[in-house]
Design a protein around this ligand. Structure first.
Ligand code: ARG
Length: 481
């Protein structure tokens, strides 16, 4: 790859007669990409040249040759010379570089363990596009850490616990025979769930029966446990189909229910630390001082809650993996939950480095133009439908543009799914996304870039046209397409 710093230093040396190596050592990378790809601080030369930095900058700018196919333009910004590399040249260089084997691989993580928790869907609920970002961003982080030599563990923390299972069991008891769970498990379970919820609203005794089922489930009642296991296995089978399509793997798939018998220890540790307080019958840790309100640890009926299971999971993970970092790839909607969790985790009997290594990797929510997705209201878009549609659209493009392509079905799968993944990673992760079929499946602009890279990589089609990544950093500039 062209050493751009060296090229810039060479040009500056030519017009100043200063030492090229020394000049190169001064070159910086601007913090804001708007200010170019490289910057040269002219105040470094002020003493030697006995001139003001601004003047030095203007003079160098005037004299430097930029028609060498590398530098596109130079700007003087408060005593700095800012260099913009020609987009075409940069793109070509970068593409060539990343296609080399083991690009970016290193061993900086040797001896360190990073846990990446991602995806974590709730069983018996549709795996919808709201789960796509955690799944895709998490899997990318997992691969990056692994590539950097960290001992990396990918965790899927399944939501397999909660009062809704009492409801599902009740619904199944009543109408199970009417639904074909084998064929379309999650869809059918959702129907049962919606129906039993309706009935609960009308009839208090049904709600009571649901609560009783949940209590029985917690007490290991064989009938309830068997049903719950079946719901879980059926859901996992569906999730797995999507993970396979996306090429995503986990090293550990453990549901929240796994932590039930590990909860007493959490209460005990918090009691011992003298931070567990009674509040309206519930047990809480008061985090007012930290500006985080009250963190409920145990409900007034004695049952555990989401955060308690997460505390038990941290303790289990620290004991099992002795991790240096544990990343939670979860939407910002749960920011308060994670702040409270990490605060309360300080009272656990785990190594300090584990406590310090807890991180919430937040990202924006995916909404529909009609508002938030809701399983109960049935207005969700399933990931599987999105991927199928993406493949379908690519097939059409191939038929139009490359009708002679061999293996069209396989290629369309790779490109279509790749485009969906790329689209998720390319958007600023903290921003909310309003889901739009045409934008997500838009094969122009940025998405086109991976299509091109893919084709080049497979060396099947050499595109003469330029491959221009319309990346965010280029947005304000003139790009030749
Ligand atoms: N199952 C949860 C949900 O769908 C996400 C779990 C996030 N991870 C965690 N450790 N709390 O909202």
């Amino acid at each position: 790859m062209i050493n751009f710093k060296q090229e810039i230093a060479k040009q500056i040396a030519k017009v100043t007669n200063l030492d090229e190596k020394e000049l190169e050592s001064y070159i910086e990378t601007p913090k804001d990409v708007k200010n170019g790809d490289y910057a040269f601080p002219c105040f470094r030369l002020a003493k030697e040249l006995k001139k003001a930095p601004m003047q030095i900058a203007s003079e160098i700018k005037e004299k430097i040759e930029i028609d060498n196919g590398i530098i596109e333009k130079i700007e003087v910004i408060s005593g700095y010379l800012n260099f913009y590399i020609q987009k075409e040249c940069l793109t070509k260089e970068v593409l060539q570089e990343i296609q080399k084997a083991e690009y970016g691989k290193s061993n900086i993580g040797k001896g360190k363990t990073v846990l990446v928790e991602y995806s974590s869907p709730n069983i018996a609920k549709p795996f919808h596009i709201g789960h796509l970002r955690t799944t895709v961003i998490g899997a990318a982080l997992y691969r990056i850490y692994k590539y950097l030599g960290y001992n990396t563990i990918g965790i899927n923390h399944l939501g397999d616990y909660g009062t809704q299972f009492g409801k599902l069991i009740e619904g199944y008891k009543r109408w199970g025979a009417e639904y074909n769970l084998e064929e379309n498990p999650i869809e059918e379970l959702v129907k049962i769930y919606v129906r039993i919820n309706e009935l609960c609203k009308e009839d208090e005794t049904v709600l009571e029966a649901c609560r009783e089922n949940f209590r029985l489930l917690e007490q290991n009642d064989p009938y309830c446990v068997d049903l719950w296991k079946r719901f879980k296995a059926l859901s996992l089978k569906e999730f797995q189909r999507i993970y396979d399509m996306l090429g995503i793997k986990f090293d550990s798939v453990i549901g929240e229910a796994f932590y039930i018998d590990k909860m007493d220890k959490i209460y005990e540790l918090l009691e011992k630390a003298n931070v567990l307080k009674e509040s309206e019958g519930a047990k809480i840790v008061d985090l007012e001082e930290q500006g985080l309100g009250a963190c409920i640890i145990q409900k007034s009926n004695g049952s555990s809650i989401y955060v308690t299971r997460d505390l038990a999971a941290i303790r289990y993970r620290a004991q099992t993996y002795d991790f240096d970092k544990c990343l939670y790839v979860v939407a910002y909607e749960q920011a308060l939950h994670f702040k409270q969790l990490f605060e309360v985790a300080k009272y656990l009997d785990i190594p300090e480095k584990c406590k310090k290594g807890l991180r919430h990797v937040q990202f924006g929510m995916t909404r529909l133009s009609t508002g938030k997705m809701s399983t109960r209201e049935g207005n969700v878009i399933k990931i599987e439908d999105l991927l199928t549609e993406a493949i379908h659209r690519v097939e059409k493009v191939i038929q139009e543009k490359n009708p002679d392509m061999t293996n069209q079905e396989e290629e369309a799968k790779k490109i279509g799914i790749g485009a969906v993944i790329f689209n998720n990673l390319a958007n600023t992760i903290i921003k909310d996304q309003v889901f739009d079929w045409d934008q997500v499946l838009n094969f122009q602009g940025e998405t086109r870039t991976i299509y091109s890279i893919y084709l080049r990589k497979n060396k099947k089609y050499i595109r003469k046209s330029r491959i221009c990544a319309k990346s965010r950093r280029n947005k304000n500039r003139n790009i030749t397409r």
